[in-house]
Design a protein around this ligand. Structure first.
Ligand SMILES: Nc1ncnc2c1ncn2[C@@H]1O[C@H](COP(=O)(O)OP(=O)(O)OP(=O)(O)O)[C@@H](O)[C@H]1O
Ligand SMILES: [Mg+2]
Length: 231
């Protein structure tokens, strides 16, 4: 069912997606990467990504490397869901791959305020020339290391009502943070980097994207418009 449109990525784009349990983080990410080729989804704990919707499932690091090696020898296309619990060897791929999008669910289990692995730090500090993207997802916004936050182009949040998280997010964008406790499931707001996200989606959809409706359904509408344009 997956028909990736091959998009030549011109620049890299790092994103952070925050939100409380069950408010639509994974659905949003799925919407953002829908057409993207060369994606690795690290689904460490919850097994949220599926073969039908997202990509081929691999369950060990060795299988992941085998699939990537085979893909690179062939046409270089892949969408892989890595269900490899708490295996940190994938950090090496941040250096080893290029023009690849990494989705990392539960980013705080790999990197938090007290523990920032060198490979992740280097990725955010120096990784741009490999044109990789990293979309990090977490429920615990305030536990993400400042170096990750600073190296991130796009910060999106879904519903939040915890006072300490809201205090933290206000430092990034106060007016937008004040809207977060009123959001419904599937609604999201961009705290930083709207233009980057629009460029990222424009490259995938092959047309100029302007984000106005900030819901997962809104992303779907953008795609429908494109289909109508084609017909
Ligand atoms: N726009 C929407 N409208 C209604 N329901 C939605 C919307 N977006 C997502 N959902 C539903 O909400 C539920 C949770 O969504 P999702 O798994 O994306 O949340 P999550 O934030 O990733 O959760 P978790 O913290 O457990 O990983 C799913 O059943 C999903 O189908
Ligand atoms: Mg999720």
């Amino acid at each position: 069912m997956i028909k990736p449109i091959l998009t030549e990525q011109k620049s890299n784009c790092n994103m952070l997606v925050f939100g409380m349990k069950g408010f639509g983080k994974t659905s949003l990410v799925r919407g953002i990467i829908h057409e993207l080729d060369r994606v690795i989804m690290l689904d460490t704990l919850q097994y949220e990504y599926t073969e039908e919707n997202d990509g081929k499932i691999v369950t060990t690091y060795e299988d992941l490397v085998r699939e990537l090696t085979a893909a690179e020898k062939d046409k270089g296309h892949f969408r892989l869901v890595a269900r490899i619990p708490k295996d940190t060897r994938w950090f090496g791929l941040l250096e080893g791959m290029e023009k690849t999008t990494f989705v990392v669910e539960e980013m705080d289990t790999y990197a938090d305020l007290y523990n920032l692995p060198d490979a992740i730090r280097d990725f955010y500090a120096y990784g741009r020339h490999r044109q990789n993207n990293l979309i990090a997802v977490t429920r615990n916004a305030q536990e993400i290391h400042p170096k990750i936050r600073k190296g991130t182009d796009v910060i999106i949040s879904l519903y939040q009502d915890e006072p300490n998280v809201l205090d933290y997010l206000r430092k990034i964008n106060r007016p937008v943070t004040d809207q977060l406790s009123k959001l419904k499931k599937g609604e999201w707001r961009i705290l930083k980097g709207k233009r980057y996200l629009e460029e990222f989606l424009s490259a995938q959809l092959g047309k100029k994207v302007v984000i106005d409706i900030q819901t997962t359904d809104g992303l779907e509408e953008l795609r429908q418009q494109e289909n109508n344009d084609d017909n």
